[in-house]
Design a protein around this ligand. Structure first.
Ligand code: NAP
Length: 250
């Protein structure tokens, strides 16, 4: 694809590790200036910045908790001051507090919804203020295959990820007249810190359900993001792209 994102500024939430890091590196490789958001792991965020620089891209780390509305607004003010623009937002930050319904605590529900869904709302609202003025922009929400098909033991996570799909469609309709596209990606089983914690038997069950016969890599998701934010996807909005090895076919 070459440097097809040259001159664009991209913010990736949760860019310090896993899928977010691969997205940062991919966008930097394609010429974008990348802002690497993280919540607590500054060393890993700086490692992502270094990897972006190795691809010849400009990047800097920006700490804020997506679940905290005031922190998000402050961070966007700082971002605008420093870059003057924002062309791409990837809402990738996410957590999962799993457990069977009878054992779930209020806190499991609230923390998962706060980060995954409320966080996506706070960041798109802040980004939209910049993008609407510029009358262009592209937003990608990192949902999940389980947001489409459900999963036992993941009620808060699945609810948050299904909510992100609704958020995407409502926003896509509202922002299309302003030249802003909004799409979702639903990854399947991708090898990161998040999936490393899973029980080995559960992993084997997931594996059997993947027609392509391998777990996904963060780069598989990053390639889909790079396509969605590019001009090649100029006529695509309000859509969901599954990156799941065939685990779910709609
Ligand atoms: P991961 O390795 O656990 O990384 C999570 C990232 O999110 C980290 O950069 C973390 O920052 C950041 N983060 C968490 N809470 C945050 C908050 N409140 N504010 C700002 N940043 C926060 O996760 P992953 O597997 O790469 O997943 C990335 C996204 O893809 C998530 O939304 C996840 O739900 C989704 N997804 C993953 C899979 C999979 O199989 N892995 C499948 C479907 C969907 P720190 O480093 O500072 O903690």
């Amino acid at each position: 694809m070459g440097k097809n994102l040259e001159g664009r500024v991209a913010l990736v939430t949760g860019g310090s590790r896993g899928i977010g890091r691969a997205i940062c590196v991919e966008l930097a490789d394609r010429g974008a200036q990348v802002i690497v958001n993280f919540r607590s792991n500054e060393a890993e965020a700086e490692e992502t910045v270094k990897l972006c620089a190795e691809k010849g891209g400009q990047a800097f780390a920006l700490q804020f908790d997506v679940a905290d509305s005031a922190q998000v607004d402050q961070a966007f003010a700082a971002l605008k001051e420093r870059t003057g623009r924002l062309d791409i937002l990837v809402n990738n930050a996410g957590i999962s507090k799993d457990g069977l319904i009878l054992r779930l605590k209020d806190e499991d529900w609230h923390s998962t919804l706060s980060t995954n869904l409320h966080g996506a709302f706070y960041t798109v609202r802040a980004a939209a203020k910049i993008m609407v003025k510029a009358r262009c922009g592209s937003i990608v929400q990192m949902s999940s295959v389980v947001g489409e098909m459900g999963n036992a033991g993941q009620v808060p996570y699945v609810s948050s990820k299904a909510g992100m799909l609704g958020l995407t469609k409502a926003l896509a309709r509202e922002l299309a007249p302003r030249g802003i596209r909004v799409n979702s990606i639903t990854p399947g089983f991708i090898e990161t810190d998040m999936t490393a914690e899973l029980d080995e038997n559960l992993k084997q069950e997931h594996f059997k359900a993947i027609p392509l016969g391998r777990y996904g890599k963060p780069e598989d998701v990053a390639h889909a993001v790079a396509f969605l934010v590019s001009d090649e996807a100029a006529y695509i909005t309000g859509q969901t792209i599954g990156v799941n090895g065939g685990m779910l076919m709609r």
